[in-house]
Design a binder for this molecule. Structure first.
Ligand SMILES: [Mg+2]
Length: 475
């Protein structure tokens, strides 16, 4: 037992009645009191001092979740459902369901959350994580996890990064996406503007979609509408996984793609890391041909060349090319990352915190990758609420390179929140806030201007209050 505790236990009970409470607190508030100064104090006085910075508005031990409501923001540029978890003590937590996911993924969890103490983040996470799946299906679980850290931080009056182990950095480096253009010179100009704004890491999109109007560049086009990568209709090219399109790229097609990258790289220059994404849906052999052809331009990484599920295909590509490979934005929970890492299938990982399991799970993923020599980039597309969850995680995880920013060109995007210094993203970085929880509040007026048509601002959700299924996964 240490001396401090021994002294506490030895200190006579009469001290608490003899002591003048006001004098004590006055002394305490002057600061500079060391633990030794409590040698003759009662436990009550010591607790009073050591918890004087705890938010007295909330009594964390008795905090209970009483409600979960949603507001749906659109055109951010993605649709983004923001959730609010209310409690019996007036404080609430904000979280965000992943972009393009249904808010119902979060609402379904409400019946499992009511009555829980939100400060028991890991307990609640373990209770609900069975209702998450990969990609958007994880949106509810992860959005709730963010809101729990916001609440726990508010209850204990500390920033979220502090609750998961403290920070490794005061500023989080962002990397910028840039809207595509068929003209490489125009595209390069847009990228250059990002660098002038202070961004130190860029990502570009290019791929076979650029060849949609060309002849003799892509084989098996009659079966695949290669300009429609984002078509989500079942059975469309957009929803057909890469090995099954049987698309091949001709030498001429490859040359055109490579020339586009060369022109952009020449204008952007070779000082700044330049990553790439969205190449289209083709299999391993084409991915290797493309990777090798792009080698002179030293891209930071090639993202999602094939779906993340194909560990063996990733391994084959990674071993065949000398540009780093990366995947992970649709993976839920650490286990699938561990498989990719253990197989040495990719050079870098790219979790999206709103799919990977939230702040703590993503930190665990980063830590595991770090032990295996795999650096972590972070995927992100959402509002400043989810941004701040990412910022706290990136601050608290040593293995971190840069966090994505999809909304640089949306003028009202930062106005969605208050309580934080603006601009939030400055010189390509976000300063880690020291306010309790995630550190932002919603700007109700601006949020209301950008709500999905026909929806309400945090409307009641009583229809989600009751559990109507058994949750145990074993017998
Ligand atoms: Mg991506």
């Amino acid at each position: 037992m240490n001396k401090y505790l021994q002294n506490l236990l030895k200190s006579p009970q009469k001290n608490s009645s003899n002591g003048n409470r006001r004098d004590f607190l006055q002394k305490a508030s002057l600061g500079g009191l060391s633990l030794g100064a409590f040698a003759n104090s009662s436990i009550e006085e010591t607790l009073e001092y050591s918890t004087q910075k705890v938010n007295k508005f909330s009594n964390p031990a008795d905090l209970k979740i009483t409600d979960l409501r949603v507001v749906e923001v659109v055109d951010a540029p993605m649709p983004c459902p923001i959730i609010r978890i209310d409690t019996n003590q007036g404080i609430y937590g904000l979280g965000e369901v992943r972009d393009h996911a249904s808010p119902k993924y979060a609402l379904f969890l409400k019946s499992r959350l009511l009555g829980e103490n939100p400060c028991n983040v890991d307990r609640v996470f373990k209770k609900i994580k069975q209702f998450g799946g990969h990609s958007r299906q994880a949106g509810g679980v992860c959005g709730v996890e963010m809101a729990l850290w916001d609440l726990a931080g508010k209850a204990y009056n500390v920033p979220a990064y502090q609750l998961v182990g403290g920070k490794f950095r005061d500023r989080v480096r962002m990397y910028a996406d840039t809207t595509g253009s068929d003209d490489p010179v125009e595209y390069a100009k847009r990228m250059k503007a990002r660098v002038d704004e202070g961004f130190t890491f860029l990502k570009m999109d290019f791929g076979i979609q650029m060849l949609k109007d060309e002849k003799n560049m892509v084989i098996n086009r009659s079966m695949n509408d290669i300009g429609s990568q984002w078509n989500r209709k079942y059975g469309s090219y957009g929803s057909t996984a890469h090995p099954f399109t049987r698309i091949q790229i001709t030498d001429e097609g490859l040359e055109k793609i490579v020339d586009y990258v060369k022109q952009v790289r020449d204008i952007v220059g070779y000082e700044v890391p330049l990553a790439a994404d969205h190449f289209g849906h083709f299999d391993t052999n084409e991915a290797i041909r493309l990777g090798n052809a792009l080698e002179p331009y030293r891209l930071a990484y090639l993202e999602d060349l094939v779906p993340w599920q194909y560990t063996d295909k990733w391994k084959q590509i990674t071993h065949a090319i000398n540009t780093p490979t990366l995947t992970g934005e649709d993976i839920f929970l650490k286990e699938e990352f561990i498989k990719l890492i253990d197989a040495r299938a990719i050079d870098m990982i790219h979790p999206d915190l709103a799919s990977s399991g939230g702040i703590l799970e993503t930190k665990k993923i980063g830590d595991y990758a770090e032990e295996n020599g795999i650096p972590m980039m972070m995927h992100f597309a959402g509002t400043p609420v989810s941004l701040m969850a990412n910022v706290h995680c990136a601050a608290a995880t040593q293995n971190f390179i840069a966090l994505e920013h999809h909304s640089v060109d949306i003028p009202w995007w930062e106005d969605l929140v208050t309580g934080i210094d603006k601009p939030i993203v400055e010189d390509g970085h976000v300063t880690v806030p020291d306010k309790p929880g995630l550190g932002v509040e919603l700007n109700e007026d601006v949020v209301k201007e950008h709500m999905k048509k026909g929806t309400k601002y945090f409307a009641p959700t009583d229809e989600w209050n009751t559990i109507d299924s058994a949750d145990r996964l074993w017998s």
